[in-house]
Ligand binder design. Sequence first.
Ligand code: ATP
Length: 355
Amino acid sequence: MQQAVANRKGTHQAVSVRLEGIVKKFGKVTAVEKVDLELPAGKLVTLLGPSGCGKTTILRMVAGLERPTEGRILFGGEDVTRLPAYLRDITMMFQSYALFPHMNVYQNIAYGLEVTRRPKEEIRERVAEVVRQVGLTGLEERPVAALSGGQQQRVALARSLVMQPRVLLFDEPLSNLDAKLRKRVREEIRDIQQELGITSLYVTHDQEEAMAISDLVVLMNKGVIEQQGDPRTLYTKPISRFAADFIGRANFFEGYYSGGLLQVGTYSQPHQQEGISGRVTVMVRPEALRVSREGEGLEGTVHLVSFLGSSTEFSVDTAVGRLEGVVAGDAPELPGRGEKVRVQFAPQGTFLLPG
Ligand code: ATP
């Protein structure tokens, strides 16, 4: 079985992680129900889903902080199910950085290596390397209490990386940063993870964060995997209303699909989708809603137009309900409030689900 590939730095081997038939019960509560999952070596996989769906429990089982009730966990083919956390060669990042406030940047990063009694010279070299990787050069002597939130998060990341873990685990690491910083730090995490090629598992309930950083998104619902795939597939081909609703925004309404024609109210338009016919639930992303004053389309009346700077949102009342749309920029050509319009659904963002 091919499991380990050398990562780009060559400092250690990236391993795949496999979860086989994992069940976790806490008394009568089944937190995780028969989960099979593969984290390819060197990739970043996100567990995404609403509160209580079992994300953290899975992360903790991979870390070795919880023992599965059933099933096996493999790191690069090695069964680690019964291996305690400290022997698994993993590191975990949390939202609270848990840095030592009385120590400086260097001391915080070096701490784990000093505890394991690595030679002084090796510690110096490894710390210097990760300080450079996470962009903290020049701040080594700074007390961590005198750093910004984003810098502290980088120290936390450096402290994880310096241990050269086989697997990097992230438990909602950005949730106490403000929106702008969250975006910047997630890009940094992604950048460093890609550069180093460390197999990573990342827990979040923020779908945009998951889409932005992941090679693979695993969407969970009540202890089971609802759908998994790359961000684009999840967005364009959701397998259920839950998936469509959780990832991105969408309009949902009833329609009828047969012979390559999608009928919505009294309007029909060509549509191509295999494996479905008859009564359907139509999912249309806001950016796929096209409105015009004339021509073919579902009849509607513009309800609201809101200019938001980089985009303009609008809503249209139709026979199948109020539909929300968005266009880039300030869209001066958009019909205004109260105007009669025709609505069409661009194939890119239109997807049919069983009715
Ligand atoms: P959140 O985003 O809120 O952290 P989550 O998706 O990470 O949610 P988990 O923390 O994995 O969800 O919890 C899954 C289920 O297992 C929940 O119903 C939770 O109440 C339950 N659970 C988790 N840990 C324990 C525990 N130690 N004892 C009992 N029940 C638990």
